[in-house]
Design a protein. Sequence first.
Length: 512
Amino acid sequence: MADKPGKVYLIGAGPGDPGLLTLKAKTCIEQADVVVYDFLASPSLLAYASKDAQLIYVGKKGGDHTLTQDKINQLLKDKAALGLNVARLKGGDPFVFGRGAEEAQELLSAGVAYEVIPGVTSAISAPAYAGIPVTHRDHTSFVSFITGHEDPKKEQSRMQWDIFARSDATLVFLMGVKNLENIVTQLIAHGKPANTPVALVRWGTTPLQQTVTGTLDTIVTKVRQAKLKSPAVIVVGHVVSLRRELAWFDKTPLFGKKIVITRARAQASGLKQELTRLGAHCIEIPTIRIKAPADNTPVMDAISRIQAYDWLVFTSVNGVKHFFDTLFGMGKDVRILGHLKFACIGPVTKQRLADFGIISDILPDTFRAESVIEAFSQAEIQGKNVLLPRAKKARTILPEELSKMGATVDEVTAYETVLDKEAGPTLIELLKKKQIDAVTFTSSSTVSNFMSLLSLNQAPGLLKNITIASIGPITSDTARSFGLEPAIEADPFTINGLVDGLVAYYKKEKTP
Ligand code: SAH
């Protein structure tokens, strides 16, 4: 036994949209030694865990339990006994059909301290994202949350069908998809009008959300036709009719679009966040990985000789990051850079530099020769020493142009990009199953690396009918060289331009 016992936090992880996690839950995940999570908790929440935390998946998909409830209870008790703080993440709210109460009772009887952090339950939020309020003064005076999957071991059913059928309550069934036919039959048999509106909302609050509506007498057929499966909530009642007027999430500009992001994982988050906010389902197929250079001495040497330089020029956020990582790693701080002038290519690089408290003096927008010449023309670069920390094997235009203008340029490798083929099989599988609508390319190398994940004779067939979105003309040309014609080209050539291009494209598609 540990000196100080650990505590278990029974946390509601919300219904799927990671933004619906409470602030208290987030803090708790950040501070936990162990995170225990199951099928319905959004995996993106695990990113809040500390990198030393132990992450344990305990399953629970329909009947398939990776760990039985007894084993889960034991796990929570064992970890707490070791003095560890445990974040037990449960989908939705832990006390709404989540067996959170059973876990709390177990902990109580074992003398383990616990706290409950309520979450946004799917019972309310999935309907809300489908434009269905569970109450409305004109339609209903109360709402019931009902299990659609009563414990089969129970001898006598507790389901009060006559009460459900007689009242004007909104009925929200959880875990009921497999039992839908029985639920509908019971409600009609106990006198609920057959034309009562019904909706099923699957994967509510996520970009995979799917809604099927009908009435008690049509819903079974409609759900079968739509092949809608678990997990879904079933909403029965007049409030369902408000969806026609109040639906909003389905109307986001990229709703339901399955869009591939090919940037390196560490860089993809801005694009992903923005597309997700607009309703898209983002599939990350990183094709490159950024790593520190095999030999970092050139950067370290340059930093030791920093007084000899006049200009520091960055061409990417990775260059900025790795330069400062090295500088801080050498026990130095930004004061050694005080005498320098700075240039950054592109606004995002400038922003990254600003994170370190430095404002770029000049800002060419692209690598094109004209851009560079124009930006540096006022800079009196003649005879000056320029340090250029950037990727191994980067394009030569910039150092060439600066040398022509009379500067002495030292290029040092601050990072390397290496091919990441890990996602190849997943990509091919998704393309075969037609689970991808669009692919985004943010540089020429993402195009060639992406294509290297597919075999050459397979690619044309797999990519037929896939919308290609490119960040700018150079990337588009590379795509064309592989036989891919971009339907979307960003303008301006930035991530925001790319997002706007996708929105405009799908808007046009919707309004023929
Ligand atoms: N504690 C959870 C419910 C767990 S029971 C909560 O408060 O939401 C599991 C059931 O919850 C599923 O069978 C399904 O009916 C429902 N559910 C959970 N997440 C859902 C989601 N994102 N969309 C629709 N239904 C969901």
